[in-house]
Design a protein around this ligand. Structure first.
Ligand SMILES: [Zn+2]
Length: 240
């Protein structure tokens, strides 16, 4: 068995190739997120690669589905001591009995969750998600204030920002509607990373594709953008 990684557009696909006595070529996406191709010895590698390329959209769709399942099944109980990623740091969750209103407070590296019924996992999750979304609105608004002045003189209109939980991208830009959409998950990353994604999406108003002009524009405005992008890719595999 040999492992190969190929680039399909801006996605990478890694697959294992097993040579065995099958009729032609079989391709599978397994539940553990591995992509396995079995092929008869007589089938040249280039043919296998061609097949993986043809099937790339299907593979990517299936991998995303598996990720989604994993996220849903992840055992989070929202109890004191659990780690919550926020703005590029690890925060510790502390759960308190709420005597009055249920709320969340930031206290140094502690996220204090006040909830009426501390056994109610769904309620705790809902409170944290709501808080995350509120913080995302604030943080993204502030990021836009920092980054927009860099592009203003290039005739780019100030867009509106929509925040949404997405599975495979940090952000997207719909230049026709003057709108950018940012992944709520980005709040787990540092402000430097958030600023990079905002600039990336703003740059798409001028350069729609990921071509040399686009990257040249990024480099001129944020010379260290590649460092920030690397930090984003770490541990997540989510692309821009
Ligand atoms: Zn892009």
């Amino acid at each position: 068995m040999k492992e190969y990684t190929i680039n399909c557009g801006d996605q990478k696909i890694t697959f294992s190739l097993i040579r065995k006595k099958v009729k032609n070529v079989n391709l599978r996406v397994k539940a553990d997120s591995t992509v396995v191709v079995s092929a008869n010895r007589s089938v040249p590698y280039i043919f296998v690669e061609e097949l993986v390329r043809d099937k790339a959209p299907w593979i990517i769709k299936n991998l995303a589905r598996i990720d989604e399942k994993k996220l849903l099944n992840m055992e989070r109980k929202y109890i004191t001591g659990e780690i919550i990623n926020y703005l590029g740091n690890n925060f510790m969750l502390q759960v308190f009995q709420a005597n009055h209103a249920e709320k969340i407070e930031l206290n140094g590296r502690i996220i204090a969750l006040f909830v009426k019924n501390s056994e109610d996992i769904e309620r705790k999750q809902a409170l944290i998600r709501k808080w995350y979304k509120e913080q995302a609105k604030i943080e993204l608004g502030e990021s836009l204030e920092r980054i927009y002045p860099l592009v203003e003189s290039f005739g780019i209109e100030k867009p509106t920002i929509t925040i949404r939980t997405m599975k495979t991208r940090w952000g997207s830009c719909s230049w026709k509607r003057g709108k950018i959409t940012i992944n709520t998950e980005l709040l787990k990353k540092s402000r430097d990373c958030i600023d990079y994604v905002v600039l990336h999406e703003l740059a798409h108003f001028k350069f729609h594709k990921h071509d040399a002009d686009f990257y040249g524009f990024l480099s001129a405005l944020m010379p260290e953008w590649q460092v920030r992008r690397k930090l984003l890719k770490k541990e997540t595999g989510v692309d821009d």
